[in-house]
Ligand binder design. Structure first.
Ligand SMILES: NC(=O)CC[C@H](N)C(=O)O
Length: 695
């Protein structure tokens, strides 16, 4: 019988395939290029392209595509057939090294935030040999970076790769000070847990809001929600289980380490978690996972919803980004060590992260800001908009003790004195977890829990890598000339922790008291996305990204434009969808139903003139009053949407947030009240109950 091990990675031009199919010297040259990040020699590229083509054709491919990640947050592809005509009406199948390493799609219609006028249509894609080529839809896909003709970055992969290099360079320098001179490279790793909803395809097709916006804009709560806490980790329905198996199989063929599947908190909500991997590859794999989740759902009669808040009032969907840094010699730098020296190193990297998060709370917040995630953060078991870190009691105690010079007490586990050489051996697995924290230490990695389920994980990791690179760079400067290295490290750990400990919060992030406390500590509370976006172009942030060559000022401003635009457009589509549904579905349904009741009253009275028909009359009045309110509310919304033409950029985003969203809430309030009193048979779209429980 064929086992997973037999077909795992069968659609990937991975290391094993390359070793088997490439001439030895070409294989070696390619490996060297990847390891050293150098440009690829054209002869090597030709040879690799040839082998790739042969392999792809054997697997039934007719086309190839550069597969890239523009600023849309999803991936893009433009398929080219391998065919090249020859005399006699025949074709050859061709794929050259040049075609492998560089593509030139007409790129005028991708978001560029004003960098490129549409007449400057040219854009380049360049092969990223650190991520393997793979086959999707009988097409050879080549992971690539995407930039404009004049070299400005237009994608998410390029800055991600740069940020990985930045953190590697700085971490290596610091590690060399610790005597780890064998370390040449440091990689950040990520394991993104992906949450999603599965609903019946028929229900999906019957709701314009799901089709146009990915979330329900209307819908009264069903009598049951998630309050019984019976869905989380519950037995998986057989239809969903079949879907999960199918999905795993397809992901495994693509070499994606899909590992954990389970039911999530809300009805119809699930999660898939992979084994962690190098950030760049984890980002590519997460994009593929999201794409396949949707595609395979369709095969099983489901629609897969990746929106952060498809249903109001129940759990939203996040994507928890488990982030760590490890060396090419196999050391996880966020793993407490076995001996005092390694622990000093661990503590130094730990406080680098603490400093980074505190100094760049704003960027962390921006990296998870979107119209969809605004509904999720701070509601129904998702972290709030205030960025803080959870370290756990033990680690906090150790750092506090180090700062105060006192011995660690309490659990009697660790005694410590000052000085690096006497730092204790830490318990490896801190058992306490904090699900409420935006950024939680979980023993050997940080779990960044604020990301929304529909996000590309590139953005948040670009920020994380860069801000940690910055902290490490400053540390290196402080330590490089130290006469007593151990003492200098101790001092630096103490100083950094004292200066930045306000960002550490081990308590309940959902509690209202935390908002008050966080304000006292001077932490940012950027409640909505437009508030967050405005901080993106703060001088300190432009300096940061420029310093490490991740983005220049022009690229930062373009991204700022794109963020604001995407936000406003998303809500504009939502508002116009809502108006459409109300005017053309809800209002006619309500009027129709009230008419039916009125006709029934008339008929009854005709039959029995003494009848008063009090409750029917009250119902008609209630419906009519709500319909009047709904009409007024939707008219106000229409006016506000029309007025939005007067704004642009950040002003438009703020206007949208402050003027459009509250009116959408008003509309929803009246429509949902009507849903609860109108005959179910007359209601024009499936209800929450039908979508979440009748599956
Ligand atoms: N149990 C959980 O981890 C819930 C997480 C929640 N779905 C979120 O949005 O982050």
């Amino acid at each position: 019988m064929e086992t997973v091990a037999d077909y795992f990675g069968s659609l990937v031009f991975n290391d094993e395939t390359m070793r088997n199919r490439l001439p030895k010297d070409v294989y070696k040259a390619l490996k060297k290029t990847v390891a050293e990040g150098k440009d690829l020699d054209l002869n090597v590229a030709n040879s690799v392209a040839n082998a790739m083509k042969a392999w792809a054709i054997e697997h039934g491919c007719t086309h190839y595509t550069h597969w890239f990640q523009p600023m849309t947050g999803i991936t893009a592809e433009k398929h080219e057939a391998f065919i090249s005509p020859i005399d006699g009406g025949k074709v050859l199948l061709e794929f050259s090294g040049k075609e492998l390493i560089k593509g030139e799609p007409d790129a005028s219609s991708f978001p560029s935030g004003g960098i490129r006028a549409t007449f400057e249509a040219r854009g380049y894609t360049a092969w990223d040999p650190t991520s393997y080529a793979f086959i999707k839809d009988d097409t050879l896909c080549i992971p690539t970076a995407f930039c404009s003709y004049s070299g400005e970055v237009l994608d998410k992969k390029t800055p991600l790769l740069r940020s990985m290099e930045a953190v590697s360079e700085q971490a290596v320098k610091v590690l060399h000070l610790f005597g780890k001179t064998d370390v040449k490279k440091v990689n950040t790793t990520v394991g993104p847990e992906q949450e999603y909803f599965l609903i019946d395809k028929k229900d999906y097709a019957a709701r314009k809001d799901l089709i146009y916006t990915g979330r329900t804009l209307l819908g009264a709560r069903s009598p049951k929600g998630q309050e019984m806490e019976d869905h989380y980790f519950g037995a998986i329905r057989s239809r969903v289980s079949a879907y999960m198996k199918d999905l795993d199989r397809e992901l495994w063929k693509l070499g994606i380490n899909a590992k954990t599947s389970h039911n999530e908190v809300a009805p119809c909500q699930h999660e898939l978690a992979p084994v962690f991997g190098t950030t760049n590859i984890a980002v590519d794999h997460n994009q593929l996972t999201m794409e396949l989740m949707k595609k395979i759902a369709d095969r099983h009669g489901f629609a897969c919803l990746l929106h952060e808040k498809p249903f109001a009032g129940v759990n939203g969907s996040g994507k928890h980004n488990n982030w760590s840094i490890s060396t090419d010699t196999g050391i996880n730098l966020l793993e407490p060590g076995d001996n005092p020296k390694d622990n000093a190193q661990f503590l130094l990297f730990l406080v680098a992260v603490i400093k980074a998060i505190d100094e760049y709370q704003d960027l962390m917040r921006v990296s998870v800001a979107s119209a969809g995630n605004d509904h999720r953060l701070g509601a129904n078991e998702a972290p709030p908009a205030i960025v803080s870190m959870f370290l756990g009691d033990e680690l906090t105690e150790i750092l506090e003790a180090l700062v105060s010079g006192k011995a660690v007490n309490g659990k009697g586990k660790v005694q410590m004195e000052l000085g690096v050489h006497v730092l204790p051996a830490f318990p490896k697995d801190t058992t306490d977890r904090n699900r409420t924290s935006p950024f939680a230490f979980t023993g050997n990695k940080f779990e960044f829990r604020m990301l929304g389920s529909s996000f590309s994980v590139a953005g948040p990791n670009i920020v994380l890598n860069t801000i940690v690179a910055k902290a490490l760079k400053e540390f290196y400067e402080e330590l490089k000339d130290a006469t007593d290295f151990n003492a200098a490290v101790t001092e630096l750990v103490k100083k950094t922790y004292s200066e930045h400990k306000r960002i550490v919060f081990n308590g309940n992030n959902y509690a209202p008291e935390w908002v008050v406390e966080a304000e006292k500590r001077g932490l940012l509370n950027l409640k909505s996305s437009p508030d967050a976006y405005d901080t993106f172009i703060a001088p300190k942030n432009i300096e940061l990204f420029s310093e490490f060559g991740i983005f220049n000022s022009v690229e930062m401003h373009s991204r700022y434009e794109i963020l604001n635009e995407e936000y406003s457009k998303t809500i504009h589509i939502e508002a116009t969808t809502l108006i459409d549904m109300v005017n053309r579905q809800v209002l006619p349904a309500c009027t129709g139903y009230a008419g039916k009741v009125a006709a029934a009253v008339n008929a009854k009275k005709l039959a029995l003139p003494t009848l008063e028909c009090k409750s029917e009359s009250a119902l008609i009045s209630e419906i009519t009053a709500l319909v009047d309110n709904l009409e007024n509310a939707v008219t106000e919304l229409e006016k506000a949407v029309a007025l939005s033409a007067e704004y642009s950029g950040s002003d438009l985003a703020h206007y949208t947030r402050n003027s459009i969203i509250p009116l959408m809430d008003d509309v929803r309030g009246y429509a949902d009240s009507l849903e609860l009193i109108v005959d179910q048979k007359d209601w024009p779209y499936p209800t929450y109950g039908e979508m979440l429980f009748y599956v």
